[in-house]
Design a protein around this ligand. Sequence first.
Ligand SMILES: [Zn+2]
Length: 310
Amino acid sequence: MRLLVRCASVGLLLLAGVHPAAAALKVVATTEDLATIAQEIGGDKVAVETMARGYQDPHFVEPKPSFILKLHAADLLVLVGRELEIGWLPPLIQQSRNANIQPGARGYMDASLTVKILEIPTGQITRAMGDVHPQGNPHYWLDPDNGKSIAKEIADKLAELRPGDAALFSQRQAAFASRLDDAKKRWLAAMQPYKGVKVVTYHRSFPNFAERFVLDVVGYVEPRPGIPPSPQHTLDLINDMKRQGVKIVLVEPYFDLKTPNAIGRETGAQVLVLPPSVGGEKEVPDYFALFDYDINLLVGALKQIGAPAK
Ligand SMILES: [Zn+2]
């Protein structure tokens, strides 16, 4: 019976002039940032699904049975890598029972291999010490140049999996890169007057963003990446911010605002909820909107503050 139904649907596809092999490639991305880039490159040749939402902490995502179903059906898995997803992804890949997307298989793509990675530890750092960035900073997508590298990797991988559409993927990738170059000029111009402004961030989510747009990140609400604030660290941070005249605290949408707000009250700094990911706020549906939103918010606050603390 099942076979009959299958034959019938194949027949229908053939009648419609669509070969079944040309069905959209099923891509699963661990984050909305990677998903939106994969969609830009793949167009209607891909069907993209996401696991972590942009308003969730990507280090700590609750694994859901639906993730296993998505992975089971996937032709390609795109992940951030650098151990960002190590706390939740590996068992899901295993449970998917999909040979195509196991580490090392053709359908497994670690997006961190050609991008610029910052904060690579020089000494011995392990997760046993509580640090969730033992392989360098995994929040690298917040530099448009890294976005371009990710897009290139995805285009190459899609072409490998679907050689017949290679020219299309390459064309879409070139168009994406060129739009990104234009947008980057606009973003750099908007941030230009505030070059070198000192900020504090909750988690170390913004080093690539800070490097690209020349912000000086002088401290963090977390004592170490992944470790919640402690009273002593918060006190030290407040004193540091007062000494250096820091007037901006950036907080990712998934962190409790209690400590940042207390720091804001003590130092007179503005606390801004700055999404590090697509989907982090409803106004951020894609990769371009992410920079538009974050830079708008920052520039608005910096204008209010007046002369930047440098
Ligand atoms: Zn992190």
